[in-house]
Design a protein around this ligand. Structure first.
Ligand code: PLP
Length: 337
């Protein structure tokens, strides 16, 4: 049996149709701005998300880093959630490569950062302190959608205090589809936004950074410096544009599958399941079962991450029937133990 892979929404493989479009994509040298497919993707994304310009880069780690490097200078500081990808899962790149100090702040249970905590963390204009320059939010964060009213209030606070505002929108479209709104209703609150094409949208590679023309112009220099200036990468951009045009609305299926998965797993008393808002299900497994249950799933070709705290992620390469198979295999373990 083929593995049913819930480890991440990054494990998707390009579909036959996506590969066909990649194979016929027009390409050129993007460092000379000559790649028509990349130029087209950048224009299309900028327009549909309400920005002047966009930049195509190999990964979300790089688009986030470029954003931090453009917003902040050496000795500046950015305010960020303790659980945020840009702080916790990107190798400390902003500090290592940008001499930018992160100021992590605890995330609230809903994924937001309390406005009072943001206010308290902003440093006075005094040479003892780093210069607080930027607030970086993430949406979705751990699969949770930040409320629109929160984004508006965070934007107001940032504007009042002269901070820039960046969104790590690796899973932006999971949030917009969940809320049933245009993604622009989310992105309009930010100066810059980073979006992943290679998560639930199904492209093999690529992220986009969106911002003003000047912001993206400055970002292009950093991208080159970071080794992200690619050449005939239009074959990748074509996949990315296909993903944006075809695979956004279907994220609702992943959300529905995650809910089915969560409800099925929640029937097991030894599992404490957090009901998902989007496509990520967290499952706390009773300690006495954790290792054996993980092994059972692995030997039955059901792939998840974690053992005492499992993460199950739905995506376009897992269909409803496979969710049913995974639930049957999970229940088999607990029937016998
Ligand atoms: C996956 C992810 C990124 C970027 O990851 P890459 O693997 O570098 O593309 C950034 N932020 C969040 C929230 C993510 O989930």
């Amino acid at each position: 049996m083929q593995p049913i892979d819930f480890r991440s929404d990054t494990v998707t493989r390009p579909s036959a149709e996506m590969r066909r479009i990649m194979a016929s994509a027009e390409v050129g040298d993007d460092v000379f701005h000559d790649d028509p497919s990349i130029n087209h993707l950048e224009h299309y994304a900028a327009e549909s998300l309400g920005f002047e310009a966009a930049l195509f880069a190999p990964s979300g780690t790089q688009t986030n880093l470029i954003a931090l490097l453009v917003h902040c200078q050496r000795g500046d500081e950015y305010l960020v959630g303790q659980d945020a990808h840009t702080y916790k899962y990107e190798g400390g790149g902003a500090a290592v490569l940008g001499s930018i100090q992160p100021q992590p702040i605890s995330n609230q249970p809903d994924g937001s950062i309390a406005l009072s905590d943001i206010t308290a963390a902003i440093k006075p204009d005094d040479f003892h302190f780093a210069r607080t320059r930027l607030l970086a939010l993430e949406n979705t964060i751990g699969g949770k959608v930040l409320p629109l009213e929160y984004l508006a209030a965070a934007e107001k606070l940032a504007r009042d205090r002269g901070l820039g505002l960046h969104l790590d929108g690796a899973r932006l479209f999971n949030a917009s589809v969940k809320l049933g709104i245009e993604a622009q209703k989310i992105t309009r609150h930010f100066d810059s936004v980073s979006v992943c094409l290679s998560k639930g949208l199904g492209a093999p590679v690529g992220s986009l950074l969106l911002g003003s023309r000047d912001f993206v112009h400055a970002g292009r220099r950093w991208r080159k410096m970071l080794g992200g200036g690619m050449r005939q990468a239009g074959i990748l951009a074509a996949a990315g544009e296909y993903a944006l045009r075809n695979n956004v609305q279907r994220l609702a299926e992943d959300h529905a599958n995650a809910a089915i998965l969560a409800n099925g797993l929640a029937k097991v008393p030894a599992l404490k399941v957090t009901l998902p808002q989007t496509n990520i299900v967290f499952v706390d497994v009773a300690a006495e079962h954790a290792e054996k249950f993980a092994k059972h799933l692995a030997t039955q070709n059901i792939l998840v991450t974690g053992s005492t705290r499992q993460r199950w992620v739905t995506h376009l390469d897992v269909d409803r029937a496979q969710v049913g198979t995974a639930l049957r295999i999970a229940h088999e373990y607990f029937a016998g133990n």
